[in-house]
Write a protein that binds this ligand. Structure first.
Ligand code: NAP
Length: 279
């Protein structure tokens, strides 16, 4: 049976550290939650962030725009966040509706408040190895989870399924910084099972339930499942859990894996941004 890499345990450790740092800070860091419309998945994610902010002593403020808004409306909200010294970080719920220039909106946020690493400036900094900028939280959460379980990364062949700017590509950079050998796969990659089986560390971030099954797995692998798809009431990952459990060395489940760590990383970035703002 595979070792279970519990994101809940890793997240609890990060939150404990965040709470202690906020107590030291002497004021509550404030997170701007910027969204368009009332998508149920966005609302569920926001509720979970609010709950976690409460537990560590951080505050949230909503910036909610109607579905018919345009790029200018979002840029005005970002400008407000940039100007207000009492807002230390901003999470933009994405994807934005069609017709909105998402790159322009992301790039308008000041890098010091870009705690989810979404702007070209933050991503560029990650690419050149400037550790001042924040990496996208989900990509960072993968590394945090591996570190929590003391899994060394140097020299491993890491195969990442998915090349988005939110997960796959920034994660590739983070793993390169940790001396892994990285292969990034996408929808046009050939011989996916073969590529997957060549991995020491396999990370699935696609959003296709069961894409990774026994033909992609072998015995000594570490597998992180980042994919999340709602199937009725059930949240499902990209990895066939029964196959992973039976075959691999260690794997992170859905739910309770990388996703749990992502919000904790967001809070840690928020407190880091607040600390920097006063020092
Ligand atoms: P995305 O922007 O839709 O990207 C999906 C990626 O998967 C693309 O690069 C796509 O390739 C690739 N892909 C599609 N079919 C494939 C296949 N058969 N084999 C290999 N690669 C394939 O999605 P995302 O935002 O990166 O999110 C990916 C998944 O992670 C989703 O399920 C999302 O819900 C989840 N997620 C979880 C968290 C968390 O905290 N747990 C956070 C963010 C996202 P192309 O580039 O060629 O199209």
């Amino acid at each position: 049976m595979a070792e279970l890499l519990s994101g809940r345990a890793a997240a609890a450790a990060i939150r404990a550290d965040v709470a202690a740092r906020i107590a030291q800070l002497g004021f509550a860091p404030r997170l701007a939650l910027l969204r368009v419309g009332d998508d149920p998945d966005d609302l569920a994610y926001i509720r979970s962030i609010e709950r976690q902010c409460e537990t560590v002593g951080a505050e949230t403020e909503h910036f909610t725009l109607p579905l018919g808004c345009n790029t200018e409306d979002l840029l005005r909200s970002i400008d407000t966040v940039n100007r207000r010294a009492d807002l230390h970080g901003c999470l933009l719920l994405r994807p934005l509706p069609a017709g909105i220039d998402e790159h322009a909106v992301c790039d308008a946020l000041l890098p010091e408040k870009d705690i989810d690493g979404m702007s070209s400036q933050s991503l560029g900094a990650l690419f050149v190895g400037n550790r001042w900028a924040f990496a996208p939280c989900t990509a960072q959460a993968c590394v945090e989870l591996l570190d929590y379980y003391h899994l060394p990364l140097a020299g491993l062949h890491a195969v990442i399924l998915g090349r988005s700017l939110v997960v796959g590509r920034p994660l590739g950079q983070l793993l390169l910084q940790r001396d892994a050998t990285v292969t990034l796969c996408h929808s046009k990659s050939r011989e996916l099972p073969l590529l997957c089986r060549s991995a020491d560390l396999l990370i699935a971030a696609v959003g296709q339930v069961g894409l990774v099954d026994k033909q992609c797995l072998r015995g000594d692998q570490i597998v992180l499942d980042v994919g999340t798809t709602m199937c009725g009431e059930q949240l499902m990952g990209d990895v066939n859990a029964a196959d992973a459990d039976a075959l691999v060395r260690a794997y992170s489940p859905v739910p309770g894996g990388v996703g749990a760590v992502t919000t904790a990383v967001l809070l840690r970035n928020l407190v880091t941004a607040a600390e920097r703002a006063v020092h």
